[in-house]
Design a protein around this ligand. Structure first.
Ligand SMILES: [Zn+2]
Ligand SMILES: [Zn+2]
Length: 325
């Protein structure tokens, strides 16, 4: 099959990469049993760009945001459109038994850790991770399920109440999805960022927006840091009211200096937030509660995937997708 391959130094397009096989016959559980999914669309996210800088020491086919259809697998799934949760748990440890396979210490992660990903014609996914996509969600919408689920994760961690004053810092893809999800709770959400065009997208989606240059210090019940930059952290911390909550959504690689004193003095709850379950995200897409397609900047054929990743790395780029077929 065709795939983009990262060898630790270069990303290249390989037209004869060995295709994965489904393991229906030999496996004993849904975790070991994998389906072979033909990729329709795959999304490039900032984690992929970090992988190309050495993040996680990953080697192989990157890509963890995808929608496709089952090519090989159980009879009832053949031809069905699916998306897949990206953490492949061991199924046996404490975390997996508590339905937290995304924290399994022995997990593999699609396109990130010990498992080939979706920048390819086909990707292999454990049956336990698959979700069938309802008919009236388009491929262009469904490919956002994974990052949208990460935004919904916040709602499982923090109680939001109607009228809560919430600030989302960052107008990129992650900040956009977080702001839209939080608005569903009835909270008063302000999205702040640096880019007029991206703030305009948020405004179109019905959010109140603020340009960073117009920022006047004030305090919020909850502040979400989704800028992807260390500088956002300091501003975020300064905007949380005493006993309020700071949610960290950006995975900032590397070490950063930040004074912890304000957290203690103001008794701030700091919550780290990463991957979420897909159910809530699919429900919201089906109900057309979240607008995702305006975030798409360009769709590249897989064969131009190297250019696509270059494009995605440009400052201010919106979502870049790959279409294998
Ligand atoms: Zn991602
Ligand atoms: Zn486990």
């Amino acid at each position: 099959m065709r795939a983009l391959y990262w060898d630790g130094h270069d990303l290249s397009f390989n037209s004869v990469y060995p295709a994965p096989v489904s393991t229906i016959a030999s496996a004993t559980s849904a975790l070991q049993t994998t389906a072979l999914v033909k990729v329709h669309l795959a999304g490039i996210c900032s984690t992929d760009l970090q992988i190309l800088k050495g993040y996680m020491g990953f080697l192989g086919v990157p890509g963890h945001e995808f929608v496709g259809s089952v090519d090989e697998g159980p009879e009832e799934l053949i031809g069905k459109r699916v998306v897949g949760e990206i953490n492949f748990g061991c199924g046996e440890c404490e975390s997996c038994r508590r339905d937290l396979s995304r924290h399994c210490p022995n997990r593999r992660v699609m396109g990130i850790l010990d498992a080939d990903g979706a920048f390819a014609d086909y990707v292999s996914v454990p049956l336990a991770n698959l979700h069938v996509v309802p008919d009236h969600i388009t491929d262009e919408e469904a490919v956002f399920t994974e990052p949208l689920a990460a935004a919904f994760e916040m709602l499982t961690q923090v109680q939001f109440n109607p009228g809560d004053d919430v600030l989302v810092l960052g107008d990129g893809k992650l900040g956009n999805l977080c702001a839209q999800v939080l608005r569903l709770t009835g909270a008063k959400v302000t999205a702040m960022g640096k880019h007029a065009d991206k703030l305009a997208l948020l405004k179109q989606a019905g959010l109140r927006t603020l340009e960073l240059s117009d920022w006047r210090p004030r305090l919020f019940d909850v502040v979400v840091e989704a800028t992807g930059a260390a500088a956002g952290l300091e501003l975020a911390l300064s905007a949380v009211r005493p006993r309020g909550t700071l949610i960290l959504k950006s995975t900032l690689a590397g070490n950063h200096q930040v004074s912890l004193a304000p957290i203690v003095i103001n008794e701030i709850n700091v919550i780290g937030s990463r991957c979420g379950l897909f159910g809530a995200a699919l429900d919201a897409l089906e109900a057309k509660q979240i607008s995702v397609t305006p975030l798409i900047e360009k769709i590249y054929p897989l064969s131009n995937g190297v250019d696509a990743l270059d494009h995605a790395a440009k400052r201010g780029a919106k979502k870049i997708l790959l279409r294998p077929s």
